[in-house]
Design a protein around this ligand. Sequence first.
Ligand SMILES: NC(=O)c1ccc[n+]([C@@H]2O[C@H](COP(=O)([O-])OP(=O)(O)OC[C@H]3O[C@@H](n4cnc5c(N)ncnc54)[C@H](OP(=O)(O)O)[C@@H]3O)[C@@H](O)[C@H]2O)c1
Length: 328
Amino acid sequence: MRTFQVNGDGGPLSPVERPVPAPAAGEVLVRVRASSLNARDLLIANGRYSVAVPPGRVPLSDGAGVVEAVGDGVSRFRAGDRVASTFHPGWIHGPFEGWGELYGVQRDGWLTEYIAVSEHSVADVPEHLSFEEAATLPCAALTAWSAVSGIGPGDTVLVQGSGGVSVFALQFARAAGARVLATTSSAEKAERLRALGASDVVDYVGTPEWGARVRELTDGRGTDLVVEIGGAGTISQSITAVAHGGRISLVGNLAAGDGMDLTRFFQRGATLRTISVGSRSDFERMNRVVRGHRLRPVIDRVFPFEETPEAFCHFETGSRFGKVVISH
Ligand SMILES: NC(=O)c1ccc[n+]([C@@H]2O[C@H](COP(=O)([O-])OP(=O)(O)OC[C@H]3O[C@@H](n4cnc5c(N)ncnc54)[C@H](OP(=O)(O)O)[C@@H]3O)[C@@H](O)[C@H]2O)c1
Protein backbone atom coordinates (compact mmCIF):
# COMPACT_ATOMS: atom_id res chain seq x y z
CA MET A 1 0.00 0.00 0.00
CA ARG A 2 1.08 3.59 -0.57
CA THR A 3 2.01 5.65 2.48
CA PHE A 4 3.77 8.94 3.19
CA GLN A 5 6.25 9.24 6.05
CA VAL A 6 8.26 12.00 7.70
CA ASN A 7 12.04 12.06 7.42
CA GLY A 8 12.77 13.58 10.80
CA ASP A 9 14.88 16.35 9.24
CA GLY A 10 11.99 18.65 8.31
CA GLY A 11 12.37 17.77 4.62
CA PRO A 12 9.44 16.90 2.34
CA LEU A 13 7.37 13.81 3.15
CA SER A 14 8.54 10.62 1.37
CA PRO A 15 6.22 8.23 -0.46
CA VAL A 16 6.88 4.61 0.55
CA GLU A 17 5.32 1.19 -0.01
CA ARG A 18 4.34 -0.83 3.07
CA PRO A 19 2.43 -4.09 3.51
CA VAL A 20 -1.29 -3.83 4.26
CA PRO A 21 -1.62 -4.51 8.02
CA ALA A 22 -3.80 -7.35 9.29
CA PRO A 23 -6.33 -6.37 11.96
CA ALA A 24 -5.42 -7.90 15.34
CA ALA A 25 -8.07 -8.99 17.84
CA GLY A 26 -10.25 -6.00 18.69
CA GLU A 27 -9.06 -4.00 15.66
CA VAL A 28 -10.70 -2.83 12.44
CA LEU A 29 -8.81 -2.51 9.16
CA VAL A 30 -9.86 0.76 7.52
CA ARG A 31 -9.42 1.51 3.82
CA VAL A 32 -8.66 5.23 4.16
CA ARG A 33 -10.54 7.27 1.55
CA ALA A 34 -9.60 10.80 2.65
CA SER A 35 -7.56 12.67 5.24
CA SER A 36 -7.24 16.32 6.25
CA LEU A 37 -4.51 18.66 7.47
CA ASN A 38 -4.31 20.55 10.74
CA ALA A 39 -1.81 23.13 11.96
CA ARG A 40 0.05 20.49 14.02
CA ASP A 41 0.60 18.28 10.96
CA LEU A 42 2.64 21.03 9.36
CA LEU A 43 4.78 21.35 12.51
CA ILE A 44 5.28 17.57 12.54
CA ALA A 45 6.22 17.47 8.84
CA ASN A 46 8.59 20.43 9.25
CA GLY A 47 10.31 18.93 12.30
CA ARG A 48 9.06 21.80 14.52
CA TYR A 49 6.57 19.94 16.72
CA SER A 50 6.93 20.29 20.51
CA VAL A 51 7.55 16.52 20.86
CA ALA A 52 10.26 14.64 18.92
CA VAL A 53 8.87 12.64 15.99
CA PRO A 54 10.96 9.64 14.84
CA PRO A 55 11.92 9.35 11.14
CA GLY A 56 9.54 7.05 9.27
CA ARG A 57 6.47 8.12 11.24
CA VAL A 58 3.25 8.34 9.18
CA PRO A 59 1.58 11.72 9.86
CA LEU A 60 -2.06 12.88 10.19
CA SER A 61 -4.64 12.43 12.93
CA ASP A 62 -7.64 12.92 10.68
CA GLY A 63 -8.95 10.34 8.25
CA ALA A 64 -12.16 8.73 7.06
CA GLY A 65 -12.81 5.53 5.17
CA VAL A 66 -14.52 2.16 5.04
CA VAL A 67 -14.03 -0.80 7.35
CA GLU A 68 -12.49 -3.46 5.11
CA ALA A 69 -12.11 -6.28 7.67
CA VAL A 70 -12.43 -6.82 11.40
CA GLY A 71 -10.28 -8.76 13.88
CA ASP A 72 -11.50 -11.34 16.40
CA GLY A 73 -13.95 -10.08 18.98
CA VAL A 74 -14.90 -6.84 17.20
CA SER A 75 -18.53 -5.93 17.90
CA ARG A 76 -18.89 -2.19 17.18
CA PHE A 77 -18.31 -2.34 13.40
CA ARG A 78 -18.44 -4.66 10.44
CA ALA A 79 -17.01 -4.60 6.91
CA GLY A 80 -18.54 -1.83 4.82
CA ASP A 81 -19.15 0.63 7.70
CA ARG A 82 -18.06 4.24 7.11
CA VAL A 83 -15.85 5.51 9.93
CA ALA A 84 -13.57 8.40 10.90
CA SER A 85 -10.57 8.53 13.21
CA THR A 86 -10.78 10.00 16.69
CA PHE A 87 -8.06 12.52 17.55
CA HIS A 88 -7.23 10.94 20.95
CA PRO A 89 -7.27 7.21 20.17
CA GLY A 90 -7.45 6.31 23.89
CA TRP A 91 -9.89 8.96 25.21
CA ILE A 92 -13.32 7.41 24.94
CA HIS A 93 -15.40 9.46 27.43
CA GLY A 94 -15.25 11.35 30.71
CA PRO A 95 -12.86 14.14 31.69
CA PHE A 96 -9.58 14.78 29.85
CA GLU A 97 -6.81 12.54 31.16
CA GLY A 98 -3.79 14.11 29.47
CA TRP A 99 -2.18 13.93 26.03
CA GLY A 100 -1.62 10.20 25.55
CA GLU A 101 -0.35 8.53 22.39
CA LEU A 102 -1.12 10.63 19.32
CA TYR A 103 -1.20 9.83 15.61
CA GLY A 104 1.79 11.17 13.73
CA VAL A 105 3.83 11.40 16.95
CA GLN A 106 3.96 8.20 19.02
CA ARG A 107 1.95 6.08 16.54
CA ASP A 108 1.51 6.01 12.76
CA GLY A 109 -1.28 8.19 11.42
CA TRP A 110 -3.81 8.24 8.61
CA LEU A 111 -1.75 9.40 5.58
CA THR A 112 -1.87 5.89 4.17
CA GLU A 113 -4.15 3.59 2.21
CA TYR A 114 -4.95 1.14 5.05
CA ILE A 115 -4.71 1.42 8.82
CA ALA A 116 -5.52 -1.10 11.56
CA VAL A 117 -6.78 0.52 14.78
CA SER A 118 -8.77 -0.46 17.86
CA GLU A 119 -12.50 -0.59 17.18
CA HIS A 120 -12.81 1.92 20.04
CA SER A 121 -10.63 4.49 18.22
CA VAL A 122 -13.05 5.15 15.35
CA ALA A 123 -16.57 6.54 15.14
CA ASP A 124 -19.21 6.29 12.47
CA VAL A 125 -19.69 9.32 10.22
CA PRO A 126 -22.83 11.22 9.20
CA GLU A 127 -24.40 9.68 6.09
CA HIS A 128 -24.81 12.98 4.20
CA LEU A 129 -21.06 13.65 4.19
CA SER A 130 -18.57 12.55 1.55
CA PHE A 131 -15.35 10.91 2.78
CA GLU A 132 -13.55 14.20 2.03
CA GLU A 133 -16.01 16.07 4.26
CA ALA A 134 -15.95 13.42 7.01
CA ALA A 135 -12.14 13.56 7.11
CA THR A 136 -12.29 17.18 8.30
CA LEU A 137 -14.16 16.31 11.50
CA PRO A 138 -11.84 14.51 13.97
CA CYS A 139 -9.63 17.43 15.06
CA ALA A 140 -10.79 20.85 13.83
CA ALA A 141 -14.54 20.27 14.06
CA LEU A 142 -14.41 18.57 17.46
CA THR A 143 -12.11 21.27 18.83
CA ALA A 144 -14.56 23.93 17.64
CA TRP A 145 -17.46 21.96 19.09
CA SER A 146 -15.72 21.76 22.48
CA ALA A 147 -14.77 25.45 22.31
CA VAL A 148 -18.36 26.65 21.78
CA SER A 149 -20.07 24.14 24.08
CA GLY A 150 -22.71 25.76 26.27
CA ILE A 151 -23.44 28.53 23.77
CA GLY A 152 -27.07 29.09 22.79
CA PRO A 153 -29.61 31.57 21.42
CA GLY A 154 -28.97 35.14 22.56
CA ASP A 155 -25.25 34.57 23.12
CA THR A 156 -22.51 36.28 21.12
CA VAL A 157 -19.32 34.55 20.01
CA LEU A 158 -16.10 35.90 18.51
CA VAL A 159 -14.06 33.63 16.24
CA GLN A 160 -10.56 34.51 15.04
CA GLY A 161 -9.57 34.05 11.41
CA SER A 162 -10.83 31.60 8.82
CA GLY A 163 -8.80 28.47 9.56
CA GLY A 164 -10.20 25.00 10.13
CA VAL A 165 -11.20 25.42 13.78
CA SER A 166 -12.61 28.94 13.44
CA VAL A 167 -14.87 28.17 10.48
CA PHE A 168 -16.33 25.15 12.30
CA ALA A 169 -16.76 27.28 15.46
CA LEU A 170 -18.70 29.81 13.39
CA GLN A 171 -20.91 27.06 11.95
CA PHE A 172 -21.60 25.38 15.31
CA ALA A 173 -22.26 28.67 17.10
CA ARG A 174 -24.69 29.75 14.35
CA ALA A 175 -26.39 26.33 14.47
CA ALA A 176 -26.82 26.86 18.24
CA GLY A 177 -28.58 30.18 17.57
CA ALA A 178 -25.77 32.52 18.66
CA ARG A 179 -24.68 35.74 16.99
CA VAL A 180 -21.13 35.34 15.65
CA LEU A 181 -18.53 38.02 15.01
CA ALA A 182 -15.26 37.17 13.27
CA THR A 183 -11.83 38.61 12.58
CA THR A 184 -9.83 37.97 9.42
CA SER A 185 -6.95 39.39 7.42
CA SER A 186 -8.59 39.72 3.99
CA ALA A 187 -11.66 41.37 2.48
CA GLU A 188 -12.44 38.31 0.38
CA LYS A 189 -12.39 36.02 3.42
CA ALA A 190 -14.57 38.54 5.27
CA GLU A 191 -17.24 38.11 2.57
CA ARG A 192 -17.08 34.35 2.91
CA LEU A 193 -17.37 34.56 6.71
CA ARG A 194 -20.45 36.77 6.31
CA ALA A 195 -21.93 34.26 3.86
CA LEU A 196 -21.53 31.59 6.56
CA GLY A 197 -23.49 33.73 8.99
CA ALA A 198 -21.03 36.09 10.70
CA SER A 199 -22.94 39.28 11.56
CA ASP A 200 -19.78 41.42 11.57
CA VAL A 201 -16.20 40.87 10.47
CA VAL A 202 -13.23 42.94 11.65
CA ASP A 203 -9.92 43.12 9.74
CA TYR A 204 -7.38 42.32 12.47
CA VAL A 205 -4.48 43.68 10.40
CA GLY A 206 -6.09 47.02 9.47
CA THR A 207 -7.63 47.31 12.96
CA PRO A 208 -4.96 46.19 15.45
CA GLU A 209 -7.28 47.27 18.31
CA TRP A 210 -9.94 44.87 17.09
CA GLY A 211 -11.00 44.03 20.65
CA ALA A 212 -12.34 47.58 21.08
CA ARG A 213 -14.12 47.35 17.72
CA VAL A 214 -15.81 44.12 18.83
CA ARG A 215 -17.01 45.88 21.99
CA GLU A 216 -18.45 48.71 19.87
CA LEU A 217 -20.21 46.21 17.64
CA THR A 218 -21.80 44.60 20.72
CA ASP A 219 -23.01 47.92 22.20
CA GLY A 220 -20.11 48.07 24.63
CA ARG A 221 -20.89 44.68 26.17
CA GLY A 222 -18.33 42.41 24.51
CA THR A 223 -18.93 38.81 23.43
CA ASP A 224 -19.97 35.99 25.77
CA LEU A 225 -17.31 33.75 24.27
CA VAL A 226 -14.04 34.25 22.40
CA VAL A 227 -12.57 31.27 20.55
CA GLU A 228 -8.87 32.03 21.04
CA ILE A 229 -6.73 30.88 18.11
CA GLY A 230 -3.82 33.31 18.21
CA GLY A 231 -2.84 32.77 21.85
CA ALA A 232 0.03 34.96 23.06
CA GLY A 233 -0.36 37.39 20.14
CA THR A 234 -4.13 37.89 20.42
CA ILE A 235 -5.16 37.19 24.02
CA SER A 236 -4.78 40.83 25.04
CA GLN A 237 -7.32 41.92 22.39
CA SER A 238 -9.53 38.97 23.35
CA ILE A 239 -9.63 40.22 26.95
CA THR A 240 -10.81 43.57 25.59
CA ALA A 241 -13.40 41.84 23.41
CA VAL A 242 -14.86 39.42 25.98
CA ALA A 243 -17.88 40.46 28.08
CA HIS A 244 -17.64 40.78 31.86
CA GLY A 245 -18.09 37.28 33.24
CA GLY A 246 -17.63 35.85 29.74
CA ARG A 247 -15.42 32.97 28.61
CA ILE A 248 -12.34 32.52 26.49
CA SER A 249 -11.79 29.06 24.99
CA LEU A 250 -8.03 28.77 24.58
CA VAL A 251 -7.50 26.68 21.45
CA GLY A 252 -4.32 27.78 19.69
CA ASN A 253 -1.13 29.74 19.91
CA LEU A 254 -0.65 30.76 16.27
CA ALA A 255 0.39 34.38 16.82
CA ALA A 256 3.57 35.48 18.58
CA GLY A 257 3.12 38.16 21.25
CA ASP A 258 3.38 39.20 24.88
CA GLY A 259 0.63 37.03 26.29
CA MET A 260 -1.82 37.94 28.99
CA ASP A 261 -2.09 40.93 31.32
CA LEU A 262 -3.42 39.15 34.42
CA THR A 263 -4.71 42.32 36.06
CA ARG A 264 -6.94 43.14 33.08
CA PHE A 265 -8.07 39.52 32.96
CA PHE A 266 -9.07 39.62 36.66
CA GLN A 267 -10.96 42.86 36.06
CA ARG A 268 -12.99 41.17 33.32
CA GLY A 269 -14.07 38.38 35.65
CA ALA A 270 -13.84 36.07 32.68
CA THR A 271 -13.08 32.35 32.58
CA LEU A 272 -10.24 30.89 30.56
CA ARG A 273 -10.81 27.30 29.52
CA THR A 274 -8.22 25.27 27.63
CA ILE A 275 -9.47 22.97 24.90
CA SER A 276 -7.97 19.53 24.18
CA VAL A 277 -9.99 18.53 21.09
CA GLY A 278 -12.47 16.13 22.74
CA SER A 279 -13.26 12.49 23.53
CA ARG A 280 -14.89 9.92 21.27
CA SER A 281 -18.22 10.40 23.01
CA ASP A 282 -17.91 14.19 22.44
CA PHE A 283 -17.24 13.37 18.77
CA GLU A 284 -20.35 11.18 18.58
CA ARG A 285 -22.47 13.88 20.21
CA MET A 286 -21.09 16.46 17.76
CA ASN A 287 -21.85 14.17 14.83
CA ARG A 288 -25.48 13.95 15.94
CA VAL A 289 -25.67 17.74 15.59
CA VAL A 290 -23.81 17.64 12.24
CA ARG A 291 -26.42 15.11 11.07
CA GLY A 292 -29.36 17.01 12.52
CA HIS A 293 -28.38 20.32 10.93
CA ARG A 294 -27.12 18.69 7.71
CA LEU A 295 -24.02 20.75 8.43
CA ARG A 296 -21.39 20.63 5.67
CA PRO A 297 -17.70 21.25 6.43
CA VAL A 298 -16.08 24.06 4.45
CA ILE A 299 -13.34 22.57 2.26
CA ASP A 300 -10.79 24.91 0.76
CA ARG A 301 -9.23 22.39 -1.63
CA VAL A 302 -8.91 18.64 -2.21
CA PHE A 303 -5.55 17.23 -3.37
CA PRO A 304 -5.06 13.73 -4.82
CA PHE A 305 -3.00 11.39 -2.61
CA GLU A 306 0.08 11.54 -4.86
CA GLU A 307 0.09 15.34 -4.52
CA THR A 308 0.37 15.21 -0.71
CA PRO A 309 3.57 17.35 -0.64
CA GLU A 310 1.72 20.03 -2.66
CA ALA A 311 -1.17 19.87 -0.15
CA PHE A 312 1.27 20.62 2.69
CA CYS A 313 2.79 23.51 0.68
CA HIS A 314 -0.67 24.94 0.00
CA PHE A 315 -1.58 24.61 3.70
CA GLU A 316 1.54 26.61 4.55
CA THR A 317 0.64 29.56 2.28
CA GLY A 318 -2.15 30.87 4.52
CA SER A 319 -4.38 31.63 1.53
CA ARG A 320 -6.80 28.87 2.45
CA PHE A 321 -10.30 29.19 3.88
CA GLY A 322 -11.45 26.20 5.91
CA LYS A 323 -9.98 22.73 5.46
CA VAL A 324 -7.34 21.26 3.16
CA VAL A 325 -8.14 17.65 2.28
CA ILE A 326 -6.30 14.74 0.64
CA SER A 327 -8.31 12.21 -1.37
CA HIS A 328 -6.74 8.72 -1.11
N1 LIG B 1 -6.29 22.90 21.65
C1 LIG B 1 -6.74 22.08 20.72
O1 LIG B 1 -7.42 21.10 21.02
C2 LIG B 1 -6.46 22.38 19.29
C3 LIG B 1 -7.05 21.64 18.27
C4 LIG B 1 -6.87 22.03 16.94
C5 LIG B 1 -6.05 23.10 16.65
N2 LIG B 1 -5.43 23.76 17.66
C6 LIG B 1 -4.60 24.94 17.39
O2 LIG B 1 -5.49 25.97 17.01
C7 LIG B 1 -4.87 26.82 16.06
C8 LIG B 1 -5.73 26.88 14.81
O3 LIG B 1 -5.80 25.61 14.22
P1 LIG B 1 -6.39 25.46 12.74
O4 LIG B 1 -6.24 24.03 12.37
O5 LIG B 1 -7.71 26.12 12.66
O6 LIG B 1 -5.29 26.31 11.99
P2 LIG B 1 -5.30 26.92 10.56
O7 LIG B 1 -6.35 26.29 9.72
O8 LIG B 1 -3.90 26.82 10.14
O9 LIG B 1 -5.70 28.46 10.84
C9 LIG B 1 -5.01 29.43 10.17
C10 LIG B 1 -5.80 30.73 10.23
O10 LIG B 1 -5.66 31.34 11.50
C11 LIG B 1 -5.88 32.72 11.33
N3 LIG B 1 -4.93 33.50 12.10
C12 LIG B 1 -3.59 33.41 12.11
N4 LIG B 1 -3.08 34.38 12.89
C13 LIG B 1 -4.14 35.09 13.35
C14 LIG B 1 -4.28 36.23 14.18
N5 LIG B 1 -3.23 36.86 14.68
N6 LIG B 1 -5.53 36.67 14.43
C15 LIG B 1 -6.60 36.05 13.94
N7 LIG B 1 -6.53 34.98 13.13
C16 LIG B 1 -5.30 34.53 12.85
C17 LIG B 1 -5.72 33.05 9.85
O11 LIG B 1 -7.03 33.44 9.37
P3 LIG B 1 -7.21 34.52 8.19
O12 LIG B 1 -6.52 33.91 7.02
O13 LIG B 1 -8.67 34.62 8.07
O14 LIG B 1 -6.57 35.79 8.64
C18 LIG B 1 -5.26 31.73 9.26
O15 LIG B 1 -5.77 31.49 7.97
C19 LIG B 1 -3.47 26.23 15.86
O16 LIG B 1 -2.57 26.89 16.73
C20 LIG B 1 -3.62 24.79 16.27
O17 LIG B 1 -2.41 24.20 16.67
C21 LIG B 1 -5.62 23.43 18.95
